[in-house]
Every structure is written in C-alpha cells, then in structure tokens.
Design a protein around this ligand. Sequence first.
Ligand SMILES: Cc1cc2nc3c(=O)[nH]c(=O)nc-3n(C[C@H](O)[C@H](O)[C@H](O)COP(=O)(O)OP(=O)(O)OC[C@H]3O[C@@H](n4cnc5c(N)ncnc54)[C@H](O)[C@@H]3O)c2cc1C
Length: 821
Amino acid sequence: MKRETQVVVIGGGVVGASVLYHLTEAGWTDVMLLERRELTAGSTWHAAGGMHTLNGDPNVARLQQYTIQLYQTIQERSGQDCSIHLPGGLMLADTEVRMDWLRMAQARGRYLGMELELITPSEAHDVFPLLDPQYFVGALYDPVEGHVDPTGVTRAYVKCAQQQGAEVHEHQPVVGLSQRPDGTWDVRLESGESVHTEHVVNAGGLWAREVGRMVGIELPVLAMEHHYLITEDMPEVAAQNARTGHEMPMALDFAGEIYIRQEGGAMLMGTYEQACVPWSPRETPWDFGSQLLAPKMDRITPELSVAFKHYPAMETIGLRRIVNGPFTFSPDGNPLVGPVRGLRGYWVACGVMAGLSQGGGVGLALAAWMTAGDDNDTGMDIWAMDVARYGDYATLAYTNAKVQENYRRRFRITFPNEELPAARPLLTTPIHDRLTAANAVWGATFGLEHALWFQRPGLEPFEEVTFRRSNAWEPVAEEVAAVRERAGMTEISNYAKYRVTGPGSEAWLSSLLTARMPAAGRITLTAMLNESGRIVGEFTVARPSEADEFYLFGSLPAEVHHSRWFRHHLPADGSVRFEVLGLGLTGLSVTGPLARDVLAAVAPDLDLSTEAFPFMTFRRVDLGMIPALVARINYSGDLGYELWVAPEYQAALFDRVLAAGEPHGLRLFGMRALMSLRLEKSYGTWFREYRPIYSIPEAGLQRYVKLDHDFIGRAAYEAELARGPERRLVAFVVDPEPDDPADVIGDEPIWHGDEVVGWVTSGGYGHHVGQSIALGYVPAALATPDGPGASGFEIEIIGRRRPARLQPEPLFDPQGLRMRA
Ligand SMILES: Cc1cc2nc3c(=O)[nH]c(=O)nc-3n(C[C@H](O)[C@H](O)[C@H](O)COP(=O)(O)OP(=O)(O)OC[C@H]3O[C@@H](n4cnc5c(N)ncnc54)[C@H](O)[C@@H]3O)c2cc1C
C-alpha cells in the first residue's frame, strides 16, 4: 500500500467507486480508495438496484441519463457482470393533476432528448397486467429505465479504475484526517499508519457525517429506514414474459407511494411510507456492516393496502424476502457534491439517495471539478447537487425535519408555488411579526422567511398550490399596480450581502469581476466568470465613499457558493478582507413613481432630487434617526431605493416608511409581485437566466463588461464575442390557453416549427403590462425578430403548445426613463 497518493477516496460504495473510476478516466491515476470493510458494505449492497432518468432538475436528469448509459461500458471493460436490465418504466397517474405533472415531465424530457410516451390505463395494463386500470387515469412510459446489480456495478467501477492504476484497499477504516500547513492531508488508518494525499473525497455514505466530523463539519445528511419486499415467483409474471418475450417494465405508482418491478420470476415492491423513521439520527455506529434492520411491516401497512388494491395479485402471493435497510438523504433529496468551503482539498460525494441512478453522474461531476479546478468549466451545471446550496442553518435538527418531509413526499407533487412547511420558521428578520400582522403569505429560501404576497384583510394567508394561476393572482396584481402607479415597499433582506475592505480590495474585485469597480458613491452591475467565460456569479457592487470599502449584493441561495469562490481567490498577503454580512444587514426597498416623495417624508433633510441623488447612487446617509446605506436602484425597473440598515433599526425604518407612505397610497408587496415586475423589464435572475452553463454573450450581459481591466474569463469572453454565441437569452410574450390560462414556470421546451429548439428559464404574468412572459435560451440564429425567428415559436405549457412571439425589448419602459426619473 502506497503512503503517498494524489487522492484518497474514503468509501467503497457505488458512489466512491464511481468517483475513483471517473478520476482515472480524467487522467488522475495516482488515486486510492479505502474501504472500512468490504466494497458495498454500507447501503449499496442491499439497494433494490432500480434506475431511472427523470429528475425535477433537468441538469440532474442529464447526469442520470449518463449514469444509465455508462453501465454497458464498465461492464464490457471490466468483464464484471452488472446484470443490466432495461425493460423500461411506467409512471402511473391516478389524478388529472398528476397527469399534468406527467405532461410537463414529458415536455421537459423533449429537450433532454428523451423519448417519453403518454399512454392510457389500458395500454399500461397491457404491458403491466398486474395493475388494475380502474385506479389510474394514464401513464408515462420511459424506455430507458431498469435495474442493475449494485454490487456488480460497484465492482465494475473499481476494476476499471484498477486497470488504470488506482489502488483499492478493503478492511482499511479511516479513523482521522489532519491537514498540514501546506493544505495537504494525512489520512490516518486504524493501524496507526497514515497516507499522505493532496485531496480527500468523503464518499462515506452511511458514515458521511462521521467522515465530515473528522474535519469539524456537520454535513446535512440523514439515513432513513426503507423497506422493500420480494414475492414468491408469480404465474402472472411468467405468463406475461411468455406472451411478450421480455421482462415487465418497472412501475412508479404515485398514489400508492410504491415502486414495483420484476425480480426474476417474482416481483419486488418498495414504498416510501408516511410513517417513516430516521435511522441512527445522531451518529452511525462503526460496527454496522452488511446487515439489515428488523422489518416493521405495520409501518408500511397503509401503503401495502393501496398496493393490494392497485395490484390485486400481490395480496395473495407469498413473500420470499423482506428488506429493511438504511440509506442517506440530504434535506432536498439531491446529492451533496463538491469542495467544502474553507477546506482546501476536502471534497464530498455523499447524501446520494439514488446511487444507481445518480452515482455515475456524481462521479463524473466531482472528478471533472477536481481535475479541472474550481476556476474551470466542467461543462456541467450541478448546482442542484452542489454541497454549497446549504448554509450554517442546515443543522442536524433542520436536516432531520427536512429529510423526513422529503422522504414522505418522495412521490408527491411539489407545485411551483408550493412552500414546504418543515423546519419553519427558522431565520426571521425584525419585521417578521409586522409582516405577519399585514397578512403575509410566507416562503423560505436558504432558511430565511420572506413575504411572498399579502392576503386581503380577513382572509387566511394561504396560497392554493397549482400549476396554474392561484388565489395569489388578484392580490399580486394589486401589489404590482400599487408599485407602477404609486409606491410599494418590500423587504429585501433575502439578498446575499458581502463587504470587501482593505487596500487591495479594488484591484482584487477587478480581477474577479467583469465591470469596472464603481467610483465613490456609485453602483455598478457585474458578472463573475470562470476561466472558460461561463457566468459563476452576478452582483450589484456599491461603494459608499472613497475608502477601500465595497458592498456586493447577490442571490441568497448562492451565498455559500459565491463566498467559497471569493475565499478561494483571496490574496495571501492579507490586503483584502471579505465578509459575508448575512442578517447583519437588513433591507427594505421602496419603489414606484411616488417613492421619492415617500422617502423625502422619512428623511426631510436629504436632497433626493435626481441632480443630487441620481440613478445608481449609493450613499451612507441618515434616514431621520436611522443610519443607512441607500442605493438608488431597483429590481422593479421603476424609480426606487434600496435601504440597508443594521437589523436593530429595521423595524423603526419600516414603521416610518409605512407611515410616510400612507398619504401616497404606498402598499406592501412581496416576492411574487417583484418577480412580475422584473419580468416586465426582462431582467434575468441568478440560477434561472444566469448560471454556470451560460456565458455573457449568450445571456446578453455585455453591458456588465468593461474591457479596461483584466479579469478571470476575459480571454474566453472576447473569443466568444468575436465568433458570436451559439444560443441567446430572449424574452417571449406567450398566448395562454384562453379557457384555462397557465403561465410558464420554467423548464418548458421552446418549439420552432416542429422542432424543440430551446428551453424556458423562468417566466410568469406581467400584471402591469397584462402579458404572459417567458425568458429562455434559443439558437442565436433564431433570436432576432427580423430573422427566421420572426414567427413560428411555441412554448409547451402543461402539454399544450401555446403561440409565443419574441419580445426584443422590455415590455415596460424600454428606454428606462422611469428608473432614472
Ligand atoms: C432498501 C434500499 C433500497 C434501495 N433501492 C435503491 C434503488 O432501487 N435504486 C437506487 O438508485 N438506490 C437505491 N437505494 C439507495 C442506494 O443504496 C444508495 O443511494 C447508495 O448505496 C449510496 O451509495 P454510497 O456509496 O453513497 O454509500 P454507501 O453504500 O453507504 O457506501 C459508503 C461506504 O463507505 C465506507 N466507509 C464509510 N466510512 C468509512 C471510513 N471512515 N473508512 C473507510 N470506509 C468508510 C462504508 O463502509 C461503505 O462501504 C436503496 C437503499 C436501500 C437501503
């Protein structure tokens, strides 16, 4: 066994094995995997082996697609049988709403190149005769679904990696990790010896928390108990196999919260039961090995009784085996992948709940990230799996609450306007009670509560969940009208805020950001790129004075993601200090044509005239008695101010603005109205229009770039600008179905003629302009209204192709006169 290696992967489950394989594929062959017991001795050995492509996030779906396609390759190269079965799969809908969901899934699949087919209950019965069609309204058939042997797959990955030079050692528990001053790691073994390495990968599966604790971090991972049953051989299965000549497809039955598939001549059926139970919620015992948990059949009785109705033959057949085993989940059910902030060379690949669907993609993404380095483009968008999507709020108890919620909802629809209740409220700002008293309907992002909209007095602050327009429609329309016609106030504490100080701050920010840094008292909008010119951040930068002090405002869910990047690039000489301000700075936004009159009443001594306080000004001023940072900028695209204050002043400021606004008809508004307002201006938003798969020329953000300085990604930007982008972000006006109007929610396919040419990034209804709006990416050749894209676009909304026309300029105030007024 070597004592020096470039990478140590801790954990020989399907995920660790995949990471090892993909590292060798990427050319890193001096790599080692250490497994505590035998390979697969965590959750992998007892997995049911099922795999499928569909995922709520198209980027994760792409990686699942990749995983399934990979099995043939590793089986052939390793000579290890993976027992690959691809009989296809059915998703069974019992309600019209679920059918809508399937229609949307089918549509999303179109731009991923998936051939998904909607079929009737009797067609479903034809291919899966165990089901009783009376309980279903339809199904979605995916030909690329199936199952593999988890142990075979793990061994195949490992053998392929070994062929390239990787070392694999079983019965080598890692008992500790320590980092040397140069950032490299000593991986301590039970024997007392250690291996020195540059990179450590935590693929500890059931023990990922423990391997995290070895370096002082608490990863948001929790294991849940999970049951599946294997029946005796069934004559119905044999008959169907004989009739069709092939294996029966798998089936996902949403109403029964059941998955069911053929296993030899029998059936395997598992359930995500409502009475779910976490396993070892605080720590995973080290002496747990290839063992199972005692079955608790009473826990799954309600789901079984639905299954017996839906699949009557299952009620009478005997059981050959009952499996109850634990496996891990993150709070939202997606994996945790990537580098951990502040810990150079420590990477995670854990919380992988569907290792057989996702393990390949996780390994590919992590290996690409490690070998290319953080600055480089991996060509993948793995935000949905990035460990940085959780902050310090994701404690053990938070994770416990969210994982249970997610497990119970595994087969439930989460609507685009749905806010899940577990672990809430957690983070709140000082005006939370005031907004509640104003009948706010709450949402939460990154643990922080924010007002979505305000219900009318006397009505319950509750939003119906739907794919269509909800009961929020009218109140949000009124909020938008107040902003466009008079004035509105909303809370903006749910932005990420950073402060950069020190003599090197301007030069350092300039080296990372595309715009020229603002002069004293000014604001600039900017992007942050990786070496390949892809957008890794989008910020407002503001400088209150001549001093070396800059404020950056960005997207809250990206707070850890962005601060990881900033910290990674900090100069070693101490000339720059980077702080995450979090709720140390809280904000209110006052906007609308009368916003200046409102603010003038709060701060009569302040000259707010455009001459004295023009658009894009940023100053430290007193608003009456309240010290504040005031920005003349607004995401609504109207005259407006962002007011930033220390949290202890926020309630007082709120009261004063509300009182000053009353004679002007000021109204509180929430995030839903703000989204409608920004769509009318075609403003993009982080994680939707701007993500690390898009570039500046594609996103049309050239105005964010000043080529008077060097910055990461500049060369790639200039090269792309010279050759022209292949796709472009555009806005559409969509004609919704008149009798059943629904707006886009994101991820819908964009058709041109009979071809899917792009996808929607976000959209909704512009209440002031009275139009349904969609933003999305299409081939550059189609992106100009006087080119071939002049007509012929359609956007598929809930299974219906609706006419859409390019909207080259913002629908509201295209010249931007209102915000400058
Ligand atoms: C009943 C059941 C059914 C399932 N069905 C499916 C399914 O149909 N499809 C699907 O995709 N997924 C399924 N899963 C989930 C699947 O099992 C997991 O997604 C997968 O096993 C995760 O793999 P992993 O490598 O992350 O973790 P693990 O398999 O837990 O592997 C982690 C490995 O790390 C080792 N390790 C930990 N700490 C150390 C240390 N300090 N030193 C050395 N080694 C260490 C462990 O011994 C272990 O071998 C199922 C799970 C269960 C329980």
